[in-house]
Ligand binder design. Structure first.
Ligand SMILES: C[S@@+](CC[C@H](N)C(=O)[O-])C[C@H]1O[C@@H](n2cnc3c(N)ncnc32)[C@H](O)[C@@H]1O
Length: 201
């Protein structure tokens, strides 16, 4: 694969992790976690260096964190207290090829748009199957006006498609946001993002 300096589809996320170092958990993850009366078992797909995983662990959740980047998973494991934390399991794998046990919460922050359409479909189906009744999905999809929409291997959804994906769930958050903000790697970008929190019936 040839990689532009700001190519979100590339496997090397090292400079992304540097760019997001110390950032707080995603608001979608916080909203979903807040909605549970008690912590349970969560899967963090595309966990990166663990900004959402560590928040879940802090709240008493057990977490299976999965990312295709060895660097991301190594950075998660190097975070304070992680090596001895028995509530964390971390795995290097592509989420479209991975499977995981039934979960109360499946989080996928800014990763699902990085899958091609076939891999996305497979993964979305598995998310629905692996959520327990009453469980929640939190994460993002990209809209067609996103600056990366034309990049090979990426998948976008217009609002109607997002609503179709969400239709089997109770929708707790479906925010469509367009902004012009630099990426974690410091490049200008137009963002067209759907922020989702969905509850399985
Ligand atoms: C934009 S980062 C988001 C990281 C983290 N969830 C966050 O919100 O900061 C995307 C992450 O997804 C991972 N990733 C990309 N494609 C993946 C795939 N097919 N399977 C698993 N992880 C993937 C990358 O390694 C990277 O850590």
């Amino acid at each position: 694969m040839t990689n532009a300096p700001d190519d979100s589809t590339r496997d090397d996320f090292k400079d992304y992790y540097e760019g997001v170092k110390g950032r707080p958990p995603r608001p979608t993850l916080v909203q979903a976690a807040d909605a549970f009366a008690a912590p349970g078992f969560a899967v963090d797909l595309g966990c990166g260096d663990g900004r959402d995983t560590v928040e879940l662990l802090r709240r008493g959740w057990r977490v299976l964190a999965i990312d295709s980047s060895e660097e991301g998973v190594a950075r998660l494991r190097r975070r304070d207290g992680m090596l001895e934390n028995t509530a964390l399991k971390a795995r290097v794998a592509r989420i479209e090829d991975a499977d995981w046990p039934e979960a109360d919460l499946i989080n996928a922050s800014f990763v699902l748009p990085l899958l091609d359409a076939e891999a996305f479909g497979r993964t979305w189906t598995r998310i629905g199957l692996r959520l327990r009744p009453g469980g929640r999905f939190a994460g993002q999809l990209y809209g067609p006006k996103d600056g990366w929409a034309d990049r090979p291997g990426m998948t976008t959804h217009d609002r109607a498609a997002v609503e179709r994906l969400a239709s089997g769930f109770i929708v707790e958050r479906l925010d469509e946001v367009e902004t012009d903000e630099p990426t974690a790697r410091g490049k200008p970008k137009h963002w067209h993002v759907f922020h989702l929190v969905l509850r399985k019936r």
